[in-house]
Design a protein around this ligand. Structure first.
Ligand code: GDP
Length: 596
């Protein structure tokens, strides 16, 4: 053993990716790659637990060893989320039971999505409002007259960030394990995340309908990761289910309520109002929409919230079925409208006094954050700035192409480009044929890389995640353009991308003739403002009928430069006169891109 001694790496219970790399004298990128290969998405500043770090250390040829913890050291595994701390600080007498919040984790293809769908179909009262058509990333079911909230986001950004932050929003984790496949890398990883967040685990042994199901073997493997089935005198409830056949779902609900009862899951409906962002989305018509999981207090329409970097007064609120509601209590999944920007999944939100206070909190936090924020989002433009400033010497790329025949020359040219000059090295983290997928964007987010697609498209999920994360997806159809762009980025000649920004919306209330053939529209600005020198789109039934400049903008009889929210105005366009009552006008500007 002595020749191994010098290769031993002593690891604490949890360690950041950066420190882990330093310990091995390895590149953080290599560490991230090994993590990715094992299904863990972690950025350079994120921490991983010992088991995960140990896998990386072994794969890179060292021997991991757990740092001995002194007796008195508190076992600080994961950070306790803010919302939990807030509830813990509430007076006991103010706390009332709330529905448990449950999330599904597990290895890919073991049936998380199927199980969530099965539960939803089996338990949500059918027929109401024509059933559940909307998908908002969370839903509630009732079992024995008690509610259970499910976070319905496997594979999605909310899920990954929650996973990364230690199953943040959940009270209970259902670890889905396919009975025919047993414990796999992501099963272990998920179990570790749940343990780190001190969230109890129930195992759903899925696919029991398959002839190849081997529940005994799976239970054996589970006991090896400290999840010993209660049948074997352990303290983990293992429920055998089949999502496809909808078998065992009631048992699973029972198990959830049983665990919930032991956990003393409570909140103060009159206390501080806060929770976690499950999903954020930009709706073309309604602006920033956010799915929130309220964890303490009561949230009302008209309250002002601060969610990560976004804030705003709640203009409207909906339950998970899409019904308009006025207020919501703890453990409710809700959708809110009125934020100035799309918050990120995993962000904490809380009620603040006013938008002014939200801005003040943000500007206070900004200074601190600037110092901390080392993981910057990647666009070629801002990357160049960092390259120039000497903060960055490496351009990290993820390259996707339609066929191997185009992938190879692209990769080779990029490598040559890296060798041609000495300032910037080009590192290709991942190259593959096929569309740009969500996992490409996740890798880019984790490693601060840029995604390049040649003659391929990006999946919807990838586009959405890229938008939320501020990751630049660059698509090309001509190889030399691609190479030229990267070269320009390195040399600092890249033209900024032009991006659109919506500045206001107005509704057509009436139409009137201004000349024999021309019609103008009498409108009310319902959001933001209309500007005379900005561009405008006329939208009817989701179709864009006109897109161009504004001809004239009037208040009463006067020409004006802008009209703000709540005011009425007259709009005439040069090439479009067929306004109809109810048409939506969307006013926007086109500016140079600034992601950061
Ligand atoms: P996820 O990646 O964990 O969300 O897994 P999915 O829910 O997408 O399921 C992966 C595959 O397993 C799909 O083809 C499902 O149809 C299948 N599957 C899921 N649950 C069951 C089950 O209970 N029985 C059988 N036979 N197949 C299942």
């Amino acid at each position: 053993m002595s020749d191994n001694d010098n290769k031993k790496i002593i690891l604490p219970y949890s360690i950041s990716v950066r420190e882990l790399a330093e310990k091995m004298d390895a590149s953080p990128i290599d560490v991230i790659k090994v993590l990715m290969a094992n299904g863990v998405m972690a950025s350079i500043n994120q921490t991983v637990d010992f088991d995960t770090a140990a896998v990386v250390v072994s794969e890179l040829g060292f021997e991991p060893e757990l740092l001995e913890i002194k007796e008195e050291e508190p076992e600080e595994v994961g950070e306790v989320p803010l919302w939990r701390r807030v509830i813990e600080d509430e007076e006991e007498e103010n706390l009332v039971p709330r529905p448990p919040v449950v999330t599904m984790l597990g290895h890919v293809d073991h049936g998380k999505t199927s199980l969530l769908d099965a539960i939803r179909h089996a338990n949500v009262a059918g027929g109401e409002e024509g059933g559940i058509t909307q998908h908002i990333g969370a839903y509630q079911v009732e079992h024995n007259n008690r509610k259970i909230t499910f976070l319905d986001t496997p594979g999605h950004a909310a899920f990954t960030s929650m996973r990364a932050r230690g199953a943040q929003g959940a009270d209970i984790v259902i670890l889905v394990v396919a009975a025919d496949d047993g414990v796999m890398p992501q099963t272990r990883e998920a179990a570790n995340h749940a343990k780190a967040a001190r969230v109890p685990i129930i195992v759903a042994l899925n696919k029991m309908d398959l002839p190849s199901a081997n529940p005994e073997l799976a239970k054996q493997q589970l006991s090896e990761i400290d999840l010993v089935s209660d049948e074997w005198d352990g303290d983990t409830i293992v429920v055998e289910v089949s999502a496809t056949k909808m078998d065992g779902l009631d048992d699973l609900m029972e198990a959830i309520l049983l665990v919930a009862d032991n956990q003393n899951i409570k909140a103060n409906p009159k206390g501080e109002v806060l929770g976690t962002v499950v999903e954020g989305e930009l709706d073309k018509f309604r602006g920033a929409m956010a799915t929130l999981l309220l964890q303490n207090g009561t949230l009302k329409v008209g309250d002002t919230i601060l969610a990560g970097q976004s804030y705003g007064r709640i203009k409207a609120m909906f339950d998970y079925r899409g019904n308009r509601i006025k207020k919501a209590g703890p453990s409710s999944p809700i959708v809110v409208m009125g934020l100035n920007d799309v918050p990120r999944a995993g962000d904490i939100f809380k009620v603040v006094e006013s938008e002014k206070q939200a801005r003040a909190i943000l500007s206070d936090a900004e200074g601190e954050q600037e110092a901390q924020e080392t993981v910057q989002r990647a666009t070629l433009e801002d990357l160049f700035e960092r390259l120039q400033a000497g903060e960055e010497q490496e351009l990290r790329l993820i390259v996707k192409a339609d066929v191997q025949g185009s992938l190879e020359p692209i990769v080779n040219s990029l490598k040559e480009l890296g060798e041609k000059q000495s300032e910037v090295s080009i590192s290709i983290l991942h190259q593959e044929t096929g569309n740009i997928t969500e996992s490409d964007v996740m890798l880019a987010t984790a490693s601060d890389a840029i995604v390049i697609g040649f003659a391929v498209d990006a999946d919807n999920a990838a586009e959405r995640l890229a938008e939320v994360e501020g990751i630049s997806l660059r698509k090309y159809t001509i190889i030399y353009r691609l190479i030229e762009d990267i070269e320009k980025a390195i040399m600092g000649m890249l033209e900024p991308e032009m991006v659109e920004q919506t500045i206001g919306r107005a509704k057509v209330l009436a139409t009137f003739k201004v000349s024999r053939f021309k019609m103008a529209a009498g409108c009310r600005v319902i959001e933001g403002e209309l500007r005379r020198n900005a561009r405008i789109r006329v939208i009817r039934n989701d179709k864009v009928l006109y897109d161009g400049n504004i001809g004239s903008l009037k208040r009463e009889k006067d020409d004006v430069r802008e009209v703000r929210e709540g005011f009425e105005c007259g709009v005439a366009l040069r090439q479009f006169h067929e306004f109809r009552e109810g048409d939506l006008l969307e006013c926007y500007t086109v500016e140079e891109e600034k992601i950061l």
